[in-house]
Design a protein around this ligand. Structure first.
Ligand SMILES: O=P(O)(O)OC[C@H]1O[C@H](OP(=O)(O)OP(=O)(O)O)[C@H](O)[C@@H]1O
Ligand SMILES: O=c1[nH]c(=O)c2nc[nH]c2[nH]1
Ligand SMILES: [Mg+2]
Length: 167
């Protein structure tokens, strides 16, 4: 999604995120074996830590990608590719690598990852319909017009009563 003007908010708490990331680890447990884990920064760092802990993975790399300024989709920039060590572990095509992100939305990020490592296993905690076909594993699907608010991007604030908003 390039703009979030008319999107449905889907706030996720730390507890909920931990539960969903752990559910992802359960699902991935049968999909390995994995030789290394790659976190897609920055959002993928949080589920990567949880999944790595659950699956006993200790070789962890980052794929540093930026494609959104707040809620606006911008030109895609790969700021850092896979390290030499992890590229060697995964062979030429990324087989045996587990690549983790927080969500897949339009699928643009996942498409770039797929080009970098075609045989890697790509996993995301949340998926929207456009991006869903581009990942191998995900946990929760939300509609395309949903904007997911992650706990590291949000804080507690006063909520006006529903009635006062004219709902
Ligand atoms: O499927 P797409 O439309 O490509 O969107 C999904 C990507 O967008 C977000 O990252 P973002 O580029 O905002 O960077 P961040 O992880 O640093 O927040 C999210 O963490 C995914 O990586
Ligand atoms: O915090 C976020 N929530 C989303 O729904 C989303 N889609 C792309 N990038 C995103 N970042
Ligand atoms: Mg990201």
């Amino acid at each position: 999604m390039s703009e979030n003007a008319a999107q449905k908010p889907f706030p996720v708490s730390w507890d909920q995120f931990h539960r969903d990331a752990r559910a992802l680890a359960w699902r991935l447990n049968g999909a390995g074996p994995f030789r290394a884990l790659v976190a897609v920064t920055r959002g993928g760092l949080v589920p990567a830590a949880i999944v790595a802990r659950e699956l006993g993975l200790r070789v962890i790399d980052t794929l540093c990608v930026a494609s959104y300024e707040h809620t606006t989709q911008t030109e895609m920039r790969v700021l850092k590719g896979l390290s030499e060590t992890v590229t060697r572990l995964g062979g030429d095509n990324g087989e045996g690598l587990l690549i983790v992100d927080d969500l897949v939305d339009t699928g643009r990020t996942a498409r770039i990852i797929r080009e970098t490592a075609p045989k890697a296993h790509i996993a995301a905690v949340y998926a929207k319909p456009m991006g869903k076909p581009l990942v191998d594993t995900f946990i929760t699907e939300v509609s395309q017009d949903t904007w997911i608010f992650f706990p590291w991007d949000t804080g507690l604030s006063f909520q006006p009563p529903i009635r006062e908003n004219g709902a």
